[in-house]
Design a protein. Sequence first.
Length: 467
Amino acid sequence: MQLYKQLEVEKKLNETVNQMRDLADELRKNANDIENRQISKESLQKKQQELQKKYDELKKDISELKKMNNELEDPTKFKDNQELQKDADQNMQQSKQNLEKNNRSKSADNQKKAADDIEQMADQMEQDFNESELESITEDIATIRQILDNLVKISFDQEDILKKSQKMSSYSSLMSDVIRKQFEVKQSMKHIEDSLSALARRQAAVKPFIQKEVTKIQNNIETAQTELQNRRPSVASKNEQFALTSMNNLALMLMESMKDMQQQQKQSESKCNKSGNGSCKKPGGKGKPNKTSARELQQQLNRQMEALKQSMEQQAKQGQTGKMQQNMSEQFAKMAAQQEAIRKMLQDYQSELKQQNGVGDQSLDKIIEDMQKTERDLVNRQITQQTINRQKDITTRLLQSERADMEREKDKERKSNEARQIQNMNPPKDWNFDKQQNQQNEMLRSVPANLNYYYKAKANNYFYNID
């Protein structure tokens, strides 16, 4: 749910920032109209009232945005913009008063100052968002690096225990030492489990994998300890091997996640640097709709739907159909809303692509169409095997489209140059060397060597290759 709340906050931020920029443009346009003596005072006053009403609504939206943001586990650190709001209020009131006094020049100046204040608020909120995003990514990278260091050390310790268990007899005097070391590995894993859980909450895409592998490690170490205490090292070694495999799987996944985050970090820094003064101007990554976010959300929804389908089948077998429909109506409505939110995210992404290249991504049209079918199924409280298969196809196509986008980005970075035939010529200073080399080769050909058949063939092949 945190990921959905985060998306709602980002959507609200984008909408609010766009409204602020639109209002700033309207204020500047109205300032130009005030300076135009041909427009009546009554008409300008009416327009000012409309703009004031829009600004009051905008302040409510900003308050609502901050409230939604504060409900997140990891909220964006927005700076206090009360001073800018107060300045914008004062300038709009002074503009109104000056217009009533027919002082159009000062009224127009006040309108322009109010527009600047509101636009500055929009810039500041965008900058705060990007700085918070960059800080969050940097913290996650540092956390993963620390977890990796500890996990690699633990995996080496576990491997050492495994080797000893495989060679150890049931009556070995080293048994107590191995049991102690296995206990130390278990305690060390507990220290990093909290960090892994915190990372899983922040990175929803890796949460299921982390939970699965951590559970495997815990269970296998527990079983290995029991077997060692029962002096069955050969049996314990199997569970130790499984625990080691899960540790290595976790390490590999964390390394891949860190690479992805480092790439995101570079992109965020690049966007900040493009503004010229090093400050972020536009929300990126999280705030912008993209296929990766949609795929992660779709995977979560698919798991919920599969779990609900299994629950429906079990309750139907037990004859609890009436009670089932009553209890699950809310879940169906919630999942339908989630599917609609994902579909709208993709539609927004498709609209952005069409603005950029004029055609968009044709593969998304089929995905959006299938999502609409799923919405109808959920509204009708139906989850069939066909629905589940469709959901899996949606996730697969999203992943394929995502990979295609990555390939296109790589192609853009490559420079394509047509191959040309270039004749390599030695400089004049090497001409004498070439001449001497040719003379030596001719002499070797003309003077017969006392060689057997095998070496004569080798020599002829050598001269053939020289030519």
